[in-house]
Design a protein around this ligand. Sequence first.
Ligand SMILES: NC(=O)c1ccc[n+]([C@@H]2O[C@H](COP(=O)([O-])OP(=O)(O)OC[C@H]3O[C@@H](n4cnc5c(N)ncnc54)[C@H](OP(=O)(O)O)[C@@H]3O)[C@@H](O)[C@H]2O)c1
Length: 263
Amino acid sequence: MKRLLITGASSGIGRALALAYAAQGASLALLGRDSERLEQTAMTCRAKGAFETQAYTVDVRDQEKMSRIIHEADTHRALDIVVANAGIASGLSPGQIIETPAAVRAMLDINLSGVLNTIEPAIAMMQVRHRGQLAIVGSMAGVRALPYSPAYCASKSAIHMWADCLRGALAPHGVGVSLIIPGFVKTPMSARTKSWQPGSISDVKAAEIIQRGLERRRGIIAFPYSMYLAMRVFTLLPATLVDGVMRRFHVEVPETSERSEAP
Ligand SMILES: NC(=O)c1ccc[n+]([C@@H]2O[C@H](COP(=O)([O-])OP(=O)(O)OC[C@H]3O[C@@H](n4cnc5c(N)ncnc54)[C@H](OP(=O)(O)O)[C@@H]3O)[C@@H](O)[C@H]2O)c1
């Protein structure tokens, strides 16, 4: 029986992944911010056959609370897989030239520091046991820059690079690292984006692909793979040419209203 901790389990991909593992009788520690939606996920997991499910309401930006929860979850039963999935999207509204600085800071705090706050405590625990797997949810937006979502792309490319470094560094210590690179997945997040969404799949299908990739301990779980290859090719072409192609697409990603409080 596997034991997983998943952030962002109250919605979308995180929720679907929790349900997929629940159906296999996994032991689950689920983290999210919205306690009502998180508890709904937990209840459905129990009904689907999870061995046990604990729900923790927390903001991934709270480093100390995240560390406490992850240690508590691991003490209860040793974690086999930790999935840093929680994230937000944000971009330029029509007519907007640069993103609001406070929105950019909040984006980086959640999508970058939130991942660090999830993975760092898990590394410490897993390397002692010489066993475990870390999964980090990035995005196609982390492979090639999109002119309509600068801070989102920056946050995702940073965690891509971090995950790639960790994979090499932790392999000799028995800890696997999987970087998950989704294309479009039908979730509340993608529903807020107005654009053509080629190759869009359901959250259930995405969870199935992620689960299969994690079972095989893949270093990179990118889907649709054709989109991933296209984005990689774009990085090899002249930058201004690709920028011009990207600008031809009409994309509206509403700017996040998330804000991080000053210390
Ligand atoms: N959907 C796509 O097309 C797509 C494509 C590429 C990558 N992704 C990535 O996949 C991941 C999941 O996205 P999704 O599509 O499933 O979005 P979603 O349905 O909006 O779910 C996002 C999850 O992240 C949680 N979250 C956000 N900010 C948080 C914070 N400060 N503290 C704790 N939890 C927080 C949310 O919790 P609450 O709702 O409880 O606040 C929610 O559970 C994200 O990292 C996203 O960037 C998605």
